[in-house]
Design a protein around this ligand. Structure first.
Ligand code: HEC
Length: 446
């Protein structure tokens, strides 16, 4: 079952875990005079590589950091944000794993920005600047081969909670397609808390009586079975979008499979912010140039049986599973709600030793996917474990009710424990076949 829960809070404070801000500014303490860093020479290269993916017009961040005029007024805030490691957003504990999409600044880069701000944010000489970074218009992937857009805009009210909204879009693919890169672009990003795009193959019974090409919510469906089904599907995910999430770009030879005649099902979670809006989300697809050797599928480790007692500060929930077949592990995407505190993925080896692949200091507002720097070959029988910790105490500033016993549910006042992970398997295998065990390998079924 794949679903993302609701995360309603629109105002938030960044919770900084493990502050590491004792960085000396360049040139302090030793009395020597090092010329202050300048915007054009020293700062722009950092902004181009680490910030402009979000901080340029039309992207998720509130202000562009492209020109000197745009950046100058933010100098102090930029220095504070990078020194506290609040920006760029990244929540992996640096002690575990290496990730291809880790945008963290080096200590030297942080010191450069701090020294620049401290020196009064000098511009320097524009001739020192690198060429402006070119972005493909509106996308962070190369120009898509196909843009699948929700045909009808969804009206979002000014206030209140909005039930998950679905829109089914036919691809009209006459042949099977392999998607190597995909990106989701809301037209009103400020209102989109998450979007999940599912691939509904033509033989899938999922939401068959629901309208195609127009928005609906589960409660608008007349069939009670379909109302329930809206949240539960075995359909594979094309991709998940949430603030800060990166588009998917699979290496050559790997892609997601979209069978001929499939529909894309957009599941949208909108939040309100006092202003009426409308949204038409698109998914941009870049097809593989040749049929890949491996198919990427999204699997998950869930524990639905969580019961978090009132006031618990560090409540631990775990789930284990053994891989039924060989697979190449590509990326990890933890999902929890407002009480989420930490999330960890481990391999439990045969001798009982535990190897941590990722530990995330979870922040409910940012749902990131952690892409392994080196994909990891995992043999059939490998035991994977996901562990989640929850803070249901008063100390958690996002806790809507520390008096409550919290169980599994869609709403942010309830909890989830989902460890999504992407694996590559042979191209001819699908999710169903992947779960057929060649021989019994012991351990719990997932
Ligand atoms: C993944 C997207 C993303 C990246 C990359 C990113 N930011 Fe941000 N940034 C945001 C968003 C969204 C906000 C607004 C919400 C918030 O304040 O967290 C923001 C807010 C900020 C703020 C305002 C904080 C405040 O006090 O209001 C600063 C300053 C900032 N970013 C600087 C940077 C710098 C510098 C970099 C690169 C080193 C960077 N950001 C990289 C998305 C990003």
């Amino acid at each position: 079952m794949t679903k993302l829960g609701t995360l309603f809070v629109t105002v938030f404070t960044i919770l900084v875990m493990g502050l590491t801000s004792q960085m000396p500014a360049v040139g302090t303490g030793r009395g020597e005079k090092i010329p202050a860093p300048t915007f054009y020479k020293d700062v722009v290269p950092i902004l181009q590589n680490k910030c402009q993916s979000c901080h340029r017009s039309g992207e998720a961040a509130p202000m562009p950091l492209v020109t000197y005029e745009q950046t100058r007024p933010w100098a102090e805030k930029i220095a504070a944000a990078v020194e506290m490691r609040m920006m760029p957003p990244w929540f992996a504990d640096p002690r575990y794993g290496h990730f291809a999409n880790d945008p963290s600044l080096s200590e030297e880069q942080i010191a450069t920005i701090a020294a620049w701000a401290k020196a009064g944010a000098p511009a320097g000489d524009a001739r020192d600047a690198p060429a402006p970074r070119m972005w493909s218009e509106g996308w962070n992937i190369p120009p898509p081969d196909l843009v699948v857009k929700m045909p009808r805009p969804v009206q979002i009210p000014a206030r209140g909670e909005v039930e998950y909204t679905y829109e089914i879009v036919s691809t009209h693919f006459a042949e099977d397609k392999w998607v190597q890169m995909a990106e989701v672009r809301p037209s009103s990003a400020a209102h989109v808390h998450h979007a999940v795009v599912y691939i509904r193959p033509p033989d899938s019974p999922w939401l068959r009586h629901a309208p195609v090409g127009e928005p609906f919510t589960a409660s608008m469906l007349s069939d009670p079975e379909e109302r329930r089904q809206a949240h539960e599907t075995t359909s594979d995910l094309l991709l998940v979008y949430a603030p800060g999430s990166a588009p998917d770009r699979w290496a050559d030879g790997m892609a997601k499979f979209v069978p001929a005649g499939s529909d894309l099902v957009f599941q949208m979670h909108y939040t309100t912010n006092g202003e009426v809006a409308s949204d038409e989300t698109s998914a941009g697809l870049v097809f593989a140039k040749s049929p890949p050797k491996q198919r990427v599928i999204t699997l998950q480790l869930n524990n639905h049986a969580l019961i978090i007692p009132p006031g618990a500060e560090d409540f631990r929930v775990e789930v284990q599973g053994t891989l039924p077949n060989d697979a190449t592990l590509l990326s990890l995407f933890p999902h929890m709600h407002l009480r989420g505190k930490r999330f960890e993925y481990d391999i439990v080896h045969g001798d009982g030793s535990v190897e941590t692949l990722l530990r995330v200091n979870y922040h409910f507002h940012w749902q990131l996917s952690y892409k392994l720097a080196e994909p990891r070959e995992l043999k059939a029988g490998t035991r994977l474990r996901a562990v989640a910790w929850y803070d249901n105490s008063r100390n958690n500033p996002h806790n809507p009710d520390p008096e409550k016993t919290v169980t599994w549910g869609d709403q942010t006042s309830e909890e989830m424990m989902v460890g999504f992970f992407d694996v590559a398997v042979p191209a001819g295998m699908d999710k169903w076949k992947y779960f057929i065990r060649r021989k019994e390998v012991g351990g719990k079924e997932r």
